[in-house]
Design a protein around this ligand. Structure first.
Ligand code: XIL
Length: 637
């Protein structure tokens, strides 16, 4: 089997570890050695064969050039691009499997100072084409740029999937060393406590995930281990399920007020929930964002006039009715226990948004444009109440919910809707940062929402950090711990805590490492911080608490090095125990390194080096009340 080596030299990994502390650990790229995948397709264009590539515009000339090359002496050369979107595309159908994660790498060059995009296109079951940008590089001059192992996957049920290149003018494009590999596969840590078990007596634990995110088996494993609730990251939003062609057909047949929906893009996630008994938080029915402008226009025409309030009310009712009908009929066994009916209507000062098109300003709301104010909120709840299945609770959801003006506006709105019997709960998105807000400011808002007597859910929790040193991640862990402590305190009023994503690299705020798990699916200090001190946390493994005799007998006899200079936890023997040691310990456990006891890696002194030692060292570094100890050989007599 050919392998696709992603070489990382040990020195580079170690320096990354030093720079970034705990975060880099997971970039497991990490083992310091090689992570390998299988090459699915590779072309260095030395053979002169470019037949696997076609022009997206049908006008491009695609050939081989020896003018430039990264490897060997030739590359692919694309000329006659008449539009910016013209460029070479590579068909993935019949080559790649659904449910597998892949990487694509390539060297690219264009004219000076040109952005080159690497994107993916596919057609869903309804015939709609989807375009996703995977990565972009900016040519800084007359040279090559690299797309290095960019991850992607093929969603379930799609056809005509392509990878393609385009750039921001009609410059000629050069491409070399185009390679598709399977992505490295990481296993999740099975021997750490499950969050849903730890919090079982308090609230549901959820995660948001997108179709792409659950492509690797490990992502599914992670969700199933820790969560009993899933929110679809994008796939139930209006722009994902409004079916424009069907809307236009309906309008052409004389009904301009019955928006048609298609839940094709939600199916992979909903199938996963159905097959595994995961409850779903529906997200979201009425929102200014990720809702196409044409939805608010006459005849669903992008250039049409804004519809009247009356027409929009009918569209709103039918949209809500059709969404509920679609999910109920296709997924009768899935427990949609909550739906966000309305999202993000209040500004920080408690006023409503400006009415207008998203194209002018992403903060504009088409709803406010048509209704003149936030009066559409009540109608949305009334329709949701009318069509939601029994047992499905209805929520108003918002961010910056701790800004005083906004807290008050949401509170007032919620009390009014509560009196009318239309709302069941308030969703606090909770997109936080280590620098803001403080845990006490957050808690104050939480108390205010709890005082409505409505249910409260933490719907999109993530906490970013710009400081990715060891101390930065500890600070992040502390805020996570404080927020979860506050939730436990008000657990009687809180029915779910949902994290907005799974691993850091897949987060919508990935550049600031906001989640509980690293790219390689190992748990971060934030994870340990929120299980620590929970009364229901089961022991991490039996080896944490027990010093087994078995361990003593299985390690032992030969070559016991001197115990004298060994500092438990000081893996790199620099006299200090810090995040670098933790990084090296993880690396050792992940690569199943063998040790002769006593070893600094055996931080709980049980005679084995395993995940329990990672837990022990993490807790120690977080300042928890644990002691690092060495395994000691049994006295010989
Ligand atoms: C985000 C998704 O995570 C991104 O993938 C997408 O590009 C933008 O939307 N508040 C919400 C969520 O209610 O729907 C948003 O999700 C994050 C902010």
């Amino acid at each position: 089997m050919k392998t696709c080596a992603v070489k990382k030299c040990l020195a580079a990994v170690l320096s990354a570890v030093m720079l970034t502390g705990t975060a880099s650990v997971m970039s497991i790229s990490t083992t310091g050695a090689e992570t390998t995948g299988t090459i699915i397709y590779s072309n260095d264009f030395e053979s002169g064969d470019v037949s696997a590539f076609t022009g997206r515009g049908g006008v491009e000339s695609i050939q081989v050039s020896t003018q430039y090359a990264v490897s060997g002496s030739s590359c692919m050369y694309v000329t006659d691009r008449e539009k910016n979107w013209n460029g070479p595309q590579f068909l993935l159908d019949d080559l790649l499997e659904v449910g597998v994660q892949y990487t694509v790498s390539a060297n690219v060059r264009a004219a000076w100072y040109n952005n080159i995009n690497l994107s993916m296109e596919y057609t869903d079951e309804s015939g709609e084409r989807h375009y996703t940008n995977l990565a972009a590089v900016n040519n800084q001059g007359d040279g090559w740029s690299e797309f290095d192992a960019i991850k992607f996957s093929i969603p379930e049920g799609v056809t005509k999937s392509y990878l393609y290149f385009e750039c921001n003018d009609q410059s000629d494009l050069y491409i070399d060393d185009f390679t598709i590999c399977t992505a490295p596969v990481y296993e999740i840590q099975q021997d750490i406590p499950s969050l849903k078990d730890v919090y079982a007596n308090y609230f549901k634990i959820g995660a948001a995930a997108t179709t792409d995110e659950i492509a690797p088996k490990s992502a599914k494993d992670l969700i199933l281990k820790h969560c009993n609730s899933l929110t679809l990251g994008n796939e139930l939003k209006p722009d994902a399920i409004l079916d424009k062609n069907a809307c236009l057909e309906m309008a052409a047949s004389g009904d301009d007020t019955n928006p048609q929906v298609n839940i094709a893009s939600a199916r992979p996630l909903l199938n996963f929930c159905r097959d595994n008994g995961l409850s779903v938080r529906g997200h979201v029915l009425v929102w200014h964002s990720q809702t196409p402008d044409w939805f608010f226009r006459e005849n669903y025409d992008e250039n049409g006039a804004w519809v009247t309030k009356d027409v929009m009310l009918k569209r709103m009712e039918n949209y809500i009715k059709n969404v509920f009908a679609a999910v109920i009929s296709e997924y009768p066994t899935v427990d949609f226990y909550a739906w966000d009916v309305v999202n993000e209507c209040w500004l920080d000062d408690g006023s409503y948004r400006n009415g207008g098109t998203q194209a002018d300003n992403a903060n504009n709301s088409g709803w406010v444009k048509v209704f003149g104010d936030n009066s559409f909120i009540e109608s949305a709840f009334a329709y949701a109440r009318k069509y939601a299945p029994e047992g499905c609770k209805l929520y108003y959801n918002d961010f910056n919910e701790y800004m005083p003006g906004k807290t008050q506006a949401i509170y007032d709105m919620a009390m009014d809707l509560k009196e009318k019997g239309l709302i069941d709960g308030i969703g606090l998105q909770s997109h936080l940062d280590v620098g803001f807000p403080t845990a006490s400011a957050y808690k104050k808002a939480l108390e205010k929402f709890v005082s409505t007597g409505l249910d409260v859910q933490i719907t999109e929790l993530d906490i970013t950090t710009s400081d990715i040193s060891e101390a930065g991640f500890e600070k992040q862990a502390q805020l996570y711990s404080d927020i979860l402590d506050a939730c436990v305190e008000y657990a009687d009023s809180i029915s779910a805590v949902v994290f907005w994503g799974t691993t850091d690299d897949k987060s919508w705020r990935s550049s600031r490492y906001p989640l509980l798990f690293n790219e390689d699916f190992t748990a971060k200090p934030a994870y340990y911080a929120i299980i620590d001190n929970m009364p229901d946390t089961p022991p991490v493994t039996s080896t944490v608490t027990e010093q087994t005799t078995e361990a003593t007998t299985t390690t032992s006899t030969t070559e016991v090095p001197s115990v004298k200079n060994l500092i438990p936890g000081d893996v790199n023997e620099d006299g200090k125990v810090n995040g670098l040691d933790l990084a090296l310990l993880r690396q050792a456990v992940l690569t199943n390194q063998a040790f002769v006891m006593p070893a600094a890696e055996d931080t709980n002194g049980d005679g084995n080096v395993n995940a329990a030692d990672i837990v022990q060292l993490t807790r120690f570094l977080l300042g928890r009340d644990v002691e690092l100890k060495s395994w000691l050989p049994a006295p010989t007599n």
